[in-house]
Design a binder for this molecule. Structure first.
Ligand code: FE
Ligand code: FE
Length: 327
């Protein structure tokens, strides 16, 4: 039986990376068109999330669209680069109003690219909005600026969705949008229908949340607009291959989505520093397909009955039988 599920990936999955040690990079730099061609080689990948502005300022939207078409890909989201050096002290929360304006303009440009590609959302990942040291910021002002920046964009672009991808830390030691609860608090305060959450399984995991519980909370507030998966050892955003470390929690996360009738793309947000990018994506998608088959097999009524009595042993037996074929 073929998979009904659509799969996606952040296009950065197909980039090469630097870190603070291998400052010459783990491979020669790749241009966006090259990354799109690699994405096209992945089995069953149908959508990508693309960073904007493009690294090559001469690259046209038409050229990107042609490359996507050639590879049978469409765009789910555009991620404005509000986390690069000029936003070192934040985008929405930057102490310089000129830099805050620049962030707003860059995100509005990204919104136009979303319209141009018929994508679903603008993805906000405010990685530099936060603080590093005690006493560094006025917490009241910082949080208010985090809320105001998103509220302004959402009201300027009521025809589009904005998703906030929260993360505990990195690059800032503490990010302002650090958890599902804080992000929901901001969204409730903003009070607009077009702001939601993009739940990154790995961010939730290493932030000390249960990703299944975080997903349920976001769904209950009507704000789960998107998700992406990867894996880590729970102390950092390792962005490893989905399912490689926490298969049971990943299964519970997707169980929660299915139980709530949440339908959307299952996206990869992985950083294969030392792995072949196409092979790493295929590996994840194959495992996600086994999760999908396990959900088809799982006895949801029996699971509900087990949960209704908080029966951990029966619940785990059902989950393991569905996922691994034995308990
Ligand atoms: Fe992510
Ligand atoms: Fe991440």
């Amino acid at each position: 039986m073929g998979s009904k599920q659509r799969f996606g990936a952040g296009i950065w999955h197909f980039a090469t990376y630097v870190d603070r040690y291998a400052t010459d990079g783990y491979g020669p730099p790749r241009g966006l068109l090259e990354m799109i061609d690699l994405a096209g080689q992945v089995e069953d990948l149908s959508v990508v999330d693309i960073n904007y502005p493009f690294a090559d300022p001469d690259l046209s939207l038409d050229a990107v669209e042609a490359a996507l078409d050639k590879n049978g890909l469409s765009v789910i989201g555009i991620t404005p680069e509000i986390y690069t050096r000029r936003f070192a002290k934040g985008a929405f929360t930057n102490p310089d109003p000129g830099v805050r304006r620049l962030a707003n303009e860059m995100i509005n440009d990204a919104a136009n690219v979303v319209r141009r590609f018929g994508a679903k959302y603008v993805k906000l990942w405010p990685g530099q909005d936060g603080w590093d040291y005690p006493f560094q910021v006025d917490h009241k002002e910082l949080w208010q600026a985090s809320i105001d920046g998103v509220a302004e964009l959402a009201s300027e672009n009521s025809d589009l969705q904005f998703v906030i991808e929260y993360k505990p830390r990195e690059p800032r030691v503490h990010m302002s949008y650090d958890s599902v609860a804080r992000t929901l608090l901001a969204i409730e305060k903003i009070g607009l229908p077009n702001v939601g959450i993009l739940l990154d399984f790995g961010h939730s995991l290493y932030g000390g949340e249960s990703p299944a519980d975080a997903a349920q909370l976001a769904i209950d507030y009507g704000r789960l607009f998107g998700m992406d998966v990867n894996d880590n050892f729970r102390s950092w955003d390792d962005d490893l291959i989905a399912g490689s470390v926490h298969p049971i929690e990943l299964f519970e996360f997707f169980y929660t989505l299915r139980k709530n009738g949440w339908e959307g793309v299952w996206q990869l947000d992985q950083f294969p520093f030392r792995e072949d990018a196409v092979a790493a994506a295929n590996s994840a998608i194959r495992f996600l397909k086994s999760i999908e088959r396990a959900l088809d097999k799982l006895d949801f009524e029996a699971m509900q009955a087990a949960q209704d009595s908080h029966d951990a042993v029966t619940a785990l037996t059902l989950a393991r039988e569905a996922l691994f074929g034995s308990a």
